[in-house]
Design a binder for this molecule. Sequence first.
Ligand SMILES: Nc1nc2c(ncn2[C@@H]2O[C@H](COP(=O)(O)OP(=O)(O)O)[C@@H](O)[C@H]2O)c(=O)[nH]1
Ligand SMILES: Nc1ncnc2c1ncn2[C@@H]1O[C@H](COP(=O)(O)OP(=O)(O)O)[C@@H](O)[C@H]1O
Length: 210
Amino acid sequence: MFMRFFSRIVSAMAGPRPVVLSGPSGAGKSTLLKKLLKEFDGVFGFSVSHTTRNPRPGEENGRDYHYVTREVMQTSIDNGEFIENAVFSGNMYGTSKAAVQHVQAKNLICVLDIDMQGVKNIKRTDLNPIYISIQPPSMQELEKRLKDRKTESDESLKKRLQAASVDMELSKEPGLFDVVILNNDLDEAYGKLKEALLEEIKIVKNTTKA
Ligand SMILES: Nc1nc2c(ncn2[C@@H]2O[C@H](COP(=O)(O)OP(=O)(O)O)[C@@H](O)[C@H]2O)c(=O)[nH]1
Ligand SMILES: Nc1ncnc2c1ncn2[C@@H]1O[C@H](COP(=O)(O)OP(=O)(O)O)[C@@H](O)[C@H]1O
């Protein structure tokens, strides 16, 4: 009892633990994340990554990603400005130190949407997040979702599906993720996501009250 109380105090002092959301492209990470950010405004903050891919219709620079050229991104990486970076489907992606600090400075739970390479690299840092994997019901359903999303060319769809099958295999590694959520029914998956984050949500809510 005392230890539980003590560990809660310690975590509250250290600020809320960040959250890593990972899983194949098309599994539903952004959809779940947007629901979470909307319902818990003032609790979660999104770590805005950098990418060299082009913005999609409806995406906004600085909100969804920081869209940069390869040259700018490489220079920032060389300057040590990134916690992790990876190449996915031919484009560069990365989490800058500033992106995470920006969220943590507001005492919010920092959520990172990153691929499997990012997960492995974050494991080597002292960020200590909760690792959550979002998985699709099947490869067929994943392909359907990506096609229906209408964001991908034939080429990038193929690359995403190849990466997805690797991701789904690697995700089975015991202990890699704290929670694995199957996103078949969206509301059910969202319920599981909230359940996994309940303790951290309480910490933030109690800290803001005090
Ligand atoms: N390692 C890493 N992966 C990222 C980062 N930002 C996004 N990603 C991942 O890059 C992949 C492609 O993202 P995106 O182009 O937005 O496509 P989508 O996931 O299909 O919507 C996804 O698996 C993201 O989780 C980042 O900063 N670091
Ligand atoms: N549970 C679900 N059932 C059906 N479609 C879904 C579900 N979750 C997400 N989608 C749809 O699948 C597509 C991919 O979801 P998205 O959130 O963009 O995935 P990710 O961010 O993991 O690439 C989107 O068009 C989204 O509306």
